[in-house]
Design a protein. Structure first.
Length: 339
């Protein structure tokens, strides 16, 4: 097996270039994925283990330079354990049906309930286990981001209803985050037991919080997840938009790794985070999507050059691959990393 990613997460020398994978590497920009979407709804693709496993492998078949696979799934599937339905319209953003009306709807979850209701995620992992030449990454949404979707009912870019409710009901907010955190821990646990070798927690909307609220509503639950999952000896990475403004705060929870957004140069962040903590990121997804092949190659070479001698480094983007990203630009990015 290609161990570049696992070695980097152990802060070992990887030899030659650092490992590389891309958030949302299995998905919308791939022609083979687009062909599947003509036949199947997004909901079907997420819930069919055969199709999910097929999509997970697609980028590896197109880009052999990739050093990891990430399970094709969605941040919000965990909400199904509370009998929420996630609706993915053909146009526009997703919907959570019905939205959360009161915290009492969030009953504490047992592992068996996750295994029964999210069986398809675990079956996807089982189908991939032993059939990949690179490590498999599992993931879930972080408690704050999950609560945003539950309260708002959709992916409004500023989540006004959700943030207003959290402000007006601080004790209920904490209660909800506690329940969501325990469920996220169990979801990570069963994915690890099924066979993922790396796990990433996405707090996609923590950027909406002030520093004070980030330290109150997001980071403590990252820490709880890190501490609870440490016993399984699988690296746990944490990602949120705008997290590059909190490198020292995030490092304080001693995570298995930090996946950074693109606002601060990765070499600067490497100097701010202890060398015992791996970091991941953070090339601009917008450049990858909108620049020419030649410009992507040039900017990637310029970006990677100061990082080539660093330990504990994983090459990635500052956010997921954008849907209109040309395949050729991904090839240029990977070629620049390998040249």
């Amino acid at each position: 097996m290609n161990r570049k990613l696992l070695d980097a997460l152990a802060c070992k020398r990887t030899g030659g270039r650092p490992p590389v994978w891309l958030m949302r590497q299995a998905g919308r920009y791939l022609p083979s994925y687009q062909e599947l979407r003509k036949k199947y709804s997004l909901e079907t693709l997420f819930h069919d283990p055969f199709l999910s496993a097929q999509i997970t492998k697609m980028p590896l078949e197109m880009f052999p330079q990739l050093d990891a696979a990430i399970v094709f799934s969605d941040l919000l599937v965990l909400l199904e354990v509370w009998n929420k339905k996630i609706v993915y319209p053909q146009e526009g953003g997703l919907w959570v049906c019905p939205p959360l009306q009161e915290v009492g709807e969030l009953f504490p979850i047992q592992q068996v309930e996750i295994e029964q209701k999210l069986w398809y995620v675990l079956e996807t992992i089982t189908r991939l286990k032993g059939r990949l030449s690179v490590p498999l990454i599992g993931f879930c949404g972080a408690p704050f981001t999950l609560l945003c979707y539950l309260l708002e009912g959709n992916n409004h870019p500023s989540f006004p209803k959700a943030l207003s409710w959290m402000k007006m009901h601080p004790s209920q907010c904490q209660e909800a985050l506690e329940i969501l955190c325990q469920a996220a821990i169990l979801f990570a646990k069963v994915q690890i037991q099924a066979g993922v070798q790396v796990f990433q927690v996405f707090d996609s909307w923590a950027n909406l919080l002030s520093k004070e609220l980030f330290l109150q509503l997001a980071l403590p639950f990252w820490k709880r997840m890190q501490e609870a999952l440490k016993q399984y000896q699988v690296p746990i990475l944490f990602y949120s938009r705008c997290n590059s403004i909190y490198p020292k705060e995030i490092a304080s929870i001693e995570p298995g790794g930090i996946s950074f957004d693109e606002q601060v140069p990765l070499i600067t962040l490497r100097r701010q985070v202890p060398s015992t903590i791996p970091i991941q990121g953070n090339f601009s997804p917008k450049v990858l999507a909108e620049a020419s092949y030649q410009e992507v190659y040039r900017q990637t070479k310029e970006w990677i050059e100061p990082l080539t001698q660093e330990n504990g480094l994983i090459v990635n983007l500052g956010h997921g691959v954008l849907p209109h990203t040309p395949v050729e630009n991904v090839q240029a990015f990977l070629k620049a990393i390998n040249d």
